[in-house]
Write a protein that binds this ligand. Structure first.
Ligand SMILES: *[C@@H]1O[C@H](CO)[C@@H](O)[C@H](O)[C@H]1NC(C)=O
Ligand SMILES: *[C@@H]1O[C@H](CO)[C@@H](O)[C@H](O)[C@H]1NC(C)=O
Ligand SMILES: *[C@@H]1O[C@H](CO)[C@@H](O)[C@H](O)[C@H]1NC(C)=O
Ligand SMILES: *[C@@H]1O[C@H](CO)[C@@H](O)[C@H](O)[C@H]1NC(C)=O
Ligand SMILES: *[C@@H]1O[C@H](CO)[C@@H](O)[C@H](O)[C@H]1NC(C)=O
Ligand SMILES: *[C@@H]1O[C@H](CO)[C@@H](O)[C@H](O)[C@H]1NC(C)=O
Ligand SMILES: *[C@@H]1O[C@H](CO)[C@@H](O)[C@H](O)[C@H]1NC(C)=O
Ligand SMILES: *[C@@H]1O[C@H](CO)[C@@H](O)[C@H](O)[C@H]1NC(C)=O
Ligand SMILES: *[C@@H]1O[C@H](CO)[C@@H](O)[C@H](O)[C@H]1NC(C)=O
Ligand SMILES: *[C@@H]1O[C@H](CO)[C@@H](O)[C@H](O)[C@H]1NC(C)=O
Ligand SMILES: *[C@@H]1O[C@H](CO)[C@@H](O)[C@H](O)[C@H]1NC(C)=O
Ligand SMILES: *[C@@H]1O[C@H](CO)[C@@H](O)[C@H](O)[C@H]1NC(C)=O
Length: 754
């Protein structure tokens, strides 16, 4: 295996160079057993991205985690007694062995017959042409072709990890096959440093306790509460109330995270149990398992994996001593950068945090409760997308179509559905067809953009709150500690020409009514995809005008930027414009932000969401890594987000502005870096995004407002001559940021080795 050896050398070299992160040690804040910061244990390395227990996974864990990260290895024994790191007993679950060896076997495992391929039937040499694969099918299989030999325990030790943890899950199985885990563990611990050994079998821990060196800590792993521990015949649940007994065998316990923070059937968090303090009273360290950024999270965490870690390490009452994670970068950030931040901390000013329909990730968008939540989260600017009612009242709602954002389709107004091709392709029930009173009677509805992935937003709030008029919105905002409000104005031409409604005048009237008529109160930002709307505001007001370039572009001609400069102070662009992606992987970076900055134009980016499927793989399913990359690499000035709490927590984290001492887990990812690691053939690259030219920016002037139609007919071309909106496939007037998601995952900071 000469290739393998030289690659290992390379890894070791790189890891000593790269793992330089400092951490805030020695504080007396931590409520861990020994008062030190909790540990991060990387399960099979960075198994959330690369095949579990592969070089790539271990290497990435070392280079993206706390400097004392511990590498976890699930040990299986080969026929000739070698210990390999492999996550599952059945080798077919995370390798290509079924393609290499045709015959499966059936064995008794924990009382059940299991058909599969087992290490006990193969020598280490037999496994040299078997490659590790991604065993969790929701993760990318594209790294399966990456060199990923099965590693022995000794080979993983050659990484010289800060800590090595061996998990012995199936001692009894190997004993049945006349292979001794006990002998293996005792012998390997004489050759390499083993910091932890865990097992769900107390008998196994007892059998090595007196012989293993004092440098190795023994940890008893709890399985499901109803499962029976084989050596005592007690359930794990009953052993939990007998920790004095457990202490005889182990210095720590490893429990599923639900042992500490139980979650009910509705996926809501219950009060924490006393497991951590009970164990600490017995002088047992506590490690919690099952952390993964793509795991099913309790709704209470709003898809923010850092919030989950903090509930285990920084809740005021207790802290676990370590967490077992498939995505070790995230607990590293949580522990070193996000823990013990004062509620009063202000953090840095950038990026500006602007909401999208309020905190629409936890409440129906544009409701009183979604705005209230956004204010509590600390958002700088709350937003209102203005729509008009039939009686001329400007209101806030994410879409002109009431079907998005309310339950109107289930109401008696469902018969008011009409087809207006100028506004959208499918029929809708439009705000300008109902009076404000009628709309106030509707039930708001939370949007679930990733329903297809079974990712729902806070079901307990799905129909809560009430909708607001622009007056209600401004009267709410005025008294809050906000730096401003953002008002989105779309469809102005249609409303003027066919509905006799002047949305611009309605907005200006409301703003004046609440004192937003000059720059002495909170700032007002007017956002539109249509330059003629901004020009109209420019004539009549002195608000900050934000031009929404809602298409994904690859570049902007200077002439187009000069044109924009004529009617806007700032620009909103898509995330894809900054870091284009293809098939869920970043392909590189554009210099659109720098170009706009050169003209003194502020740049905001849209749309930031926490759900991991909304991010390319490069960001490790970690919303903070995504935000950090946009801020620290692309230098955007603000984010538009449905999760303002997450963006605000980013700004307060302690690892910003550290210059050369910035820990690796707070460095931006290298756009396009991860794609280089893929060896399988990707589908051909998509056509590059278009370049923004002057003509894209110039619009005809707004039409005059017609007399309000007096008969009851909805005016407007009912058939589809939508030539007015020439580029209707790219510009519908509504922001289209909510559509389309690519699968995502992770990235490599300086991952240059393959
Ligand atoms: C292993 O794979 C089999 C089928 O291929 C599946 O039924 C089983 O759940 C998998 N086990 C694990 C632990 O992933
Ligand atoms: C493993 O290798 C040995 C020795 O080369 C060989 O005899 C045996 O058939 C191999 N096992 C399998 C399952 O191929
Ligand atoms: C284990 O060893 C015993 C005694 O030598 C033998 O009887 C048994 O068949 C062996 N079992 C296996 C699975 O090799
Ligand atoms: C555990 O219980 C089973 C059946 O209840 C019994 O056969 C077995 O001997 C018990 N083992 C121990 C170690 O007590
Ligand atoms: C604790 O477990 C041991 C071993 O099963 C048992 O002998 C002992 O009685 C248990 N103690 C309590 C308080 O349940
Ligand atoms: C989680 O959310 C539910 C529903 O909103 C709430 O009842 C519960 O108290 C929350 N749990 C915690 C621990 O805050
Ligand atoms: C911490 O303990 C106090 C007092 O027992 C309790 O009121 C509070 O809810 C606890 N908080 C957490 C996060 O467990
Ligand atoms: C945080 O704010 C509260 C009230 O707003 C104040 O009582 C407290 O002293 C502040 N804490 C710190 C650390 O500034
Ligand atoms: C700004 O508005 C406030 C409140 O409407 C008003 O009192 C003040 O005179 C205005 N200032 C200027 C410079 O127009
Ligand atoms: C922008 O507004 C003008 C009227 O000022 C209208 O003619 C044009 O169709 C609008 N463009 C888009 C893309 O909606
Ligand atoms: C709503 O639309 C329906 C169907 O086009 C129309 O008959 C009705 O007059 C409209 N009502 C208002 C208030 O615009
Ligand atoms: C921009 O790119 C994203 C991500 O690929 C896609 O979902 C979205 O539809 C694109 N926007 C436009 C206007 O094409």
């Amino acid at each position: 295996m000469p290739i393998l050896r030289s690659m290992l050398l390379l890894f070791v070299l790189h890891s000593t160079l790269l793992v330089s992160a400092k951490r805030s040690k020695g504080t007396d804040l931590w409520k861990t057993l020994n008062g030190n910061a909790p540990l991060v244990v990387a399960r099979g390395g960075f198994s959330g991205l690369f095949p579990d227990s592969s070089y790539a996974a271990y290497y990435l864990a070392l280079t993206t985690s706390l400097s004392d990260v511990i590498l976890w290895c699930d040990v299986q024994l080969t026929k000739d007694g070698a210990g390999i790191c492999f996550p599952t007993l059945n080798l077919a679950n995370s390798s290509d062995i079924s393609n290499v060896y045709k015959d499966s076997k059936v064995y008794l495992v924990g009382g059940e017959l299991v058909r599969g391929w087992f290490s006990v039937d193969y020598t280490l040499k037999n496994l040299s042409n078997v490659y590790l694969t991604q065993g969790i099918y929701s993760r990318s299989p594209l790294f399966d072709g990456t060199v990923s030999n099965i590693l022995t325990v000794e080979e993983v030790a050659q990484f010289k990890p800060p800590g090595l943890w061996l998990n012995i899950q199936y001692d009894a199985f190997f004993r049945q096959h006349n292979l001794s885990m006990r002998s293996f563990v005792l012998s390997v611990s004489k050759r390499v440093i083993i910091n932890y050994v865990s097992s769900p079998e107390l008998g196994f821990l007892g059998s090595i306790a007196s012989r293993i060196g004092t440098k190795t800590k023994l940890v008893f792993r709890f399985l499901e509460k109803d499962d029976t521990e084989p050596s005592t015949n007690q359930t794990y649940g009953s052993l939990l109330s007998n920790l004095t007994f457990v202490k005889k065998f182990a210095s720590g316990i490893l429990v599923p995270k639900s042992y500490i923070w139980p979650v009910n059937a509705g996926l809501y968090l219950q009060s924490p149990t006393s497991v951590v303090s009970d164990a600490h009273n017995e002088e047992l360290e506590v490690f919690a398992s099952d952390f993964a950024n793509d795991a099913v999270l309790s709704y209470n965490y709003s898809y923010d994996p850092i919030a989950e870690y903090l509930s285990f390490v920084d809740n005021g009452n207790f802290s676990v001593d370590g967490v077992l994670s498939d995505f070790p970068i995230t607990p590293s950030e949580a522990i070193d950068c996000f823990s013990y931040i004062s509620k009063n901390a202000t953090g840095q000013a950038s990026p500006m945090v602007i909401t999208h329909n309020g905190a629409s990730s936890v409440y129906p968008g544009c409701t009183d409760v979604s705005y209230q939540q956004a204010v509590e989260d600390g958002a700088d600017v709350i937003d209102c997308s203005v729509q008009m009612t039939s009686d001329g009242i400007p209101i806030c709602l994410g879409s002109i179509n009431l079907i998005e954002g309310t339950t109107v389709a289930q109401s008696s107004y469902s018969i008011r559905s009409v087809d207006i091709p100028e506004l959208q392709k499918s029929p809708g029930i439009f705000t300008f067809n109902l009076t404000w009173k009628e709309i106030q009677g509707l039930t708001p509805a939370i949007l679930n953009p990733y329903m297809d992935y079974n990712l729902y937003r806070y079901p307990a709030h799905k129909n809560s709150g009430k909708l607001l008029s622009v007056d209600d919105f401004l009267s709410f905002a005025k008294t809050k500690p906000l730096s401003g409000v953002l008002i989105r104005v779309e469809n102005a031409a249609y409303l003027a020409e066919y509905q006799g409604l002047s949305v611009i005048d309605a907005v200006i009237d409301s703003l004046h009514k609440f004192g937003y008529n000059n720059r002495t109160v909170q700032k007002v930002m007017i956002l539109s995809t249509n330059s003629s709307v901004l020009k109209e505001f420019k004539k009549k007001t002195s608000y900050e005008l934000v031009y929404d370039v809602d298409e994904n572009i690859s570049d902007a001609l200077n002439s187009s930027i000069i044109e924009i400069k004529g009617f806007a102070h700032s620009v909103l662009i898509t995330k894809q414009t900054i870091f284009p992606a293809s098939d869920g992987f970043l392909t590189g970076a554009t210099d659109v932000v720098d170009k706009l900055h050169a003209y003194n134009i502020s740049v905001y980016a849209s749309l930031f969401r926490n759900e991991y499927v909304s991010q390319p793989w490069d960001f490790f399913s970690d919303p903070i890594v995504e935000i950090n990359t946009y801020v620290s690499l692309a230098h955007i000035d603000g984010v538009i987000t449905e999760f303002p709490g997450t963006a605000i927590s980013y700004r307060k984290n302690k690892c910003l502005n550290m210059g050369n001492n910035t820990p690796n887990y707070m460095l931006p990812v290298l756009p396009g870096g991860l794609m280089k690691v893929i060896t399988t053939n990707l589908p051909p690259a998509e056509a590059p995004n278009p370049v923004l030219i002057e003509a894209d920016v110039i619009e005809p002037p707004l039409p005059p407002v017609v007399e309000k139609p007096t008969n009851s007919e909805t005016r407007g071309p009912a058939s589809a001559p939508n030539s007015r909106i020439a580029a209707s496939s790219t510009q519908s007037g509504q922001p289209r940021t909510a559509s389309g998601f690519f699968r995502s995952s992770f990235v490599v900071l300086a991952f240059i080795l393959f």
